[in-house]
Design a protein around this ligand. Structure first.
Ligand SMILES: [Zn+2]
Length: 492
């Protein structure tokens, strides 16, 4: 009898020590292209945090957790693939292996996409480090890990190497899909989920509308049910990225009526999802939420000009033509049109075969290209890694961004950093995120869960800090090449 009561006492004691038991489910909510001011300026239009038994969307999360309205990336090129990889790995590109979405690989002599895989079609194998769920599973902890997004790269980068499943939307086949990399995934329920899609046939533009968000929420709810997430004795991960926000944002710009309406509709969909989880879990005790964005976006050029801000929409084809013309005249050549081998997201890869054939000195050629681009007037800076020196006078912010992002095999010989509010016209987009300026690098960051304070923080927080903070909550060592810090100020 005494023995039994001692056990009871020990169990009670452990219960007190472990007041914030590990969450049953960790849900990452990433909104693609979520500028920091999207939440701060629209909060009056969102559903109330609580209304009767129902909970709201963004306001519920902003008011019930640790909220950094202006968290930051610190990279040279703000983009989807590196953004999602930074969230999951806690490392900058130099340590996780992905600087831009597509790059010209010097070693393979071809353009590569961040999640392409010669064996499986798509995989996370270009990530050169581990993610938060990789580390948790690698610490011998029970966990199921799923990741979803309309965009393959978003789901794959969040899910990491050991995800049980990652699902994305195939707009040609018009349904959710995966790759054989995720060999244990049970696709039977995924097929059933696809049969429920209305319309059943591709319909142009739907992914850019609230329909894309609604179907992402539907799939998230199906994954929770079908895979019984949070219902076993481990801690499961569900990573969700809402790609629609970015697809629409490129088309309309952040200050458009369309985007103002979309965010209100997205709030309702978030509320729908949170209320579904509330019906299945003791939300405040068992579920941990992380909300953030993978990058921001500048205003459109028209909008900036209306506000008397100098801005230029850079037609890249015309721009390159202008550079080639000046190179031709500098080297007294009539019609060379192949000075660059590839142009990827303002990274220019020099055609060194041509430069060598013409017996032009390498260094002087790079200096020539740099001065030509500088003289065009559109560049704030022109970065030439071979000529880069840590000692030269340069903006400390730009220096940090360069050093955080440098990957020799992926970077151009010459990289154009446009002036603020200016950007290139990538694939007919009305507005584009390619820089490390505030509007591209600032996103909200929210943690909601039993171990987190309910407070707004204006102190510095980087997106690389998410991984080590969640690792600390779970009691595991973060990824080997982690760059972030534990955001200890948010922890109770
Ligand atoms: Zn984008």
């Amino acid at each position: 009898m005494r023995q039994i009561s001692r056990y009871v006492a020990i169990i009670l004691f452990l219960g007190i020590l472990n007041a914030h038991a590990a969450p049953k489910l960790i849900v990452y909510l990433v909104y693609d292209q979520l500028r920091a001011d999207t939440l701060t300026l629209n909060k009056a239009k969102f559903l109330q945090a609580k209304s009767g038994t129902q909970i709201g969307g963004f306001n519920y999360l902003m008011q019930n957790g640790s909220y950094y309205p202006f968290a930051e990336y610190e990279v040279l090129s703000s983009m989807t693939c590196p953004g999602h990889a930074i969230i999951s790995t806690g490392s900058w590109p130099i340590h996780m292996g992905i600087a831009i979405n597509d790059w010209y690989s010097r070693s393979k002599k071809k353009v590569e996409y961040c999640v392409e895989d010669s064996e499986f079609g798509f995989s996370p194998r270009k990530l050169t480090t581990t993610t938060i769920s990789d580390e948790f599973k690698g610490s011998d902890q029970k966990s199921k890990v799923f990741a979803i997004a309309l965009k393959d790269r978003s789901a794959i980068m969040l899910g990491g190497h050991k995800a049980d499943g990652a699902f994305w939307f195939d707009d040609k086949k018009w349904g959710w899909t995966t790759s054989n990399y995720y060999d244990k995934v049970n696709s039977a329920w995924l097929g059933a989920q696809n049969k429920k899609l209305v319309p059943a046939q591709p319909e142009a533009g739907l992914l850019k509308k609230i329909w894309g968000i609604q179907r992402t929420v539907d799939l998230a709810e199906a994954v929770v049910d079908q895979e019984k997430l949070g219902k076993t004795d481990g801690t499961d991960f569900l990573f969700i990225s809402f790609s629609t926000h970015d697809m629409a944002g490129h088309m309309y710009g952040p200050n458009s009526e369309e985007m103002k309406k979309l965010i209100v509709d997205e709030d309702k969909e978030l509320s729908r999802f949170l209320n579904t989880l509330k019906g299945k879990f003791n939300l405040e005790k068992d579920v941990l939420f992380v909300l953030t964005g993978d990058h921001g976006i500048p205003p459109t050029v028209d909008y900036s000009k209306k506000n008397k801000v100098g801005a230029e929409f850079l037609n890249e084809i015309q721009f390159i033509g202008r550079i080639y013309k000046e190179l031709n005249s500098a080297y007294d050549i009539s019609d060379k049109k192949d000075w660059f081998k590839a142009i990827q997201s303002m990274h220019y890869i020099v055609n060194w075969d041509l430069v060598n054939k013409l017996k032009i000195d390498r260094r002087s050629f790079l200096e020539k290209v740099r001065s030509i681009i500088k003289n065009t007037g559109v560049a704030e800076d022109v970065i030439v890694p071979e000529l880069y020196s840590k000692d030269i006078l340069m903006s400390p912010r730009l220096k940090r961004q360069i050093e955080n992002s440098f990957i020799a095999d992926q970077w151009g010989d010459v990289i154009l950093m446009p002036k603020p509010y200016s950007f290139p016209d990538g694939e007919g987009k009305k507005v584009n995120h390619v820089s490390g300026y505030s509007y591209d690098k600032m996103v909200p960051l929210i943690f909601v869960g039993a171990g987190f304070k309910k407070q707004t923080f204006y102190s510095k927080a980087y997106i690389v800090d998410i991984h080590p903070t969640i690792a600390a909550v779970l009691g595991v060592i973060p990824s080997p090449k982690v760059d972030g810090r534990i955001l200890h100020e948010v922890l109770k």
